[in-house]
Design a protein around this ligand. Structure first.
Ligand code: NAP
Length: 249
């Protein structure tokens, strides 16, 4: 049987995560599709599993809240059992709870922090142990341009996405000697359910300040992730790739 590498994608039920799962399956990776709950696994995960399998690879779905360490342990155990290894981890799961700082409740800060920030610690710790033993691996973290620039109404989200950049650089330095390469992608405005929530007037204003005069597509982020998981990226680590059509604000 032909050897295939395995990629685990968190928050892969919808949006950018689903596009990454499809793209990596097309690239020939077996994929572990992570959904946040059984409900989302049944609603989206199983459909995506079939789409990925049509590329001639194996696909499995696993429901797990990335903010819960024990659930992540289960997910990695399951992945090892099914595929024997973990070659790529894509930390994509993310949420927003936008509001001005004056109105932001401690729970809003904690909820976003638990998924976007602690979740990346949980999965990176577990994946790096496996990858260090394999003496090879790729980790791609999905940050955001607002983690580099800041944004009004996103104090919590910006903090987590800036934190992800710090974790990317620290992990790259720590894991490089084990041939585990760690990079981040920082998307700008990408059309998904996350950006659907934003006020239309504000979206038009943002579009005007993008040099390419349009929002990005999930597939355009997935293409960069695919490159970072490929042999062509074998000498790149600790880097942040901005995918924003040149957002000027
Ligand atoms: P989305 O359409 O809202 O999808 C979010 C995904 O995260 C869903 O698959 C969701 O799974 C998953 N998720 C949420 N909480 C989770 C948890 N606790 N455990 C596991 N999975 C969880 O968002 P998106 O636009 O595709 O965003 C994907 C990533 O890109 C996020 O990290 C986001 O911050 C980042 N990003 C997005 C944009 C943009 O413009 N869209 C820009 C910059 C960065 P369920 O459906 O199973 O709940």
């Amino acid at each position: 049987m032909e050897f295939k590498k395995t990629a685990l994608i968190t928050g892969a039920s919808r949006g950018i995560g689903a596009a990454i799962a499809k793209r990596l399956a097309k690239d020939g990776f077996n994929v572990l599709i992570n959904c946040s709950s059984e409900k989302s696994l049944n609603e989206y995960g199983k459909v995506l599993q079939k789409i990925c399998e049509e590329e001639g690879v194996r696909a499995e779905v696993f429901a797990c809240d990335v903010s819960k360490y024990e659930e992540c342990e289960e997910m990695f155990r399951f992945t090892k059992e099914k595929f024997g290894r973990v070659d790529c981890l894509i930390n994509n799961a993310g949420i927003t709870k936008d509001t001005l700082l004056a109105r932001m409740e401690p729970e809003d800060f904690e909820a976003v922090s638990n998924v976007n920030f602690k979740g990346v610690f949980n999965t990176t710790k577990l994946a790096s142990a496996i990858m260090a033993r394999q003496k090879s691996g790729r980790i791609v973290n999905i940050s955001s341009v607002v983690g580099l620039k800041g944004n009004v109404g996103q104090f919590n989200y910006c903090a987590t996405k800036a934190g992800v950049i710090g974790m990317t650089k620290a992990a790259a330095k720590e894991l490089g000697r084990r041939n585990v390469l760690v990079n981040a992608v920082a998307p700008g405005f990408i059309t998904t359910e996350m950006t659907e929530k934003i006020d239309e007037g504000f979206k038009e204003k943002v579009k005007e300040s993008i040099v390419l005069k349009r929002f990005g597509k999930a597939e355009e982020v997935a293409g960069v992730v695919s490159f970072l998981c490929s042999e062509d990226a074998s000498y790149i680590t600790g880097q942040i790739f901005v995918v924003d059509g040149l957002l000027l604000i």
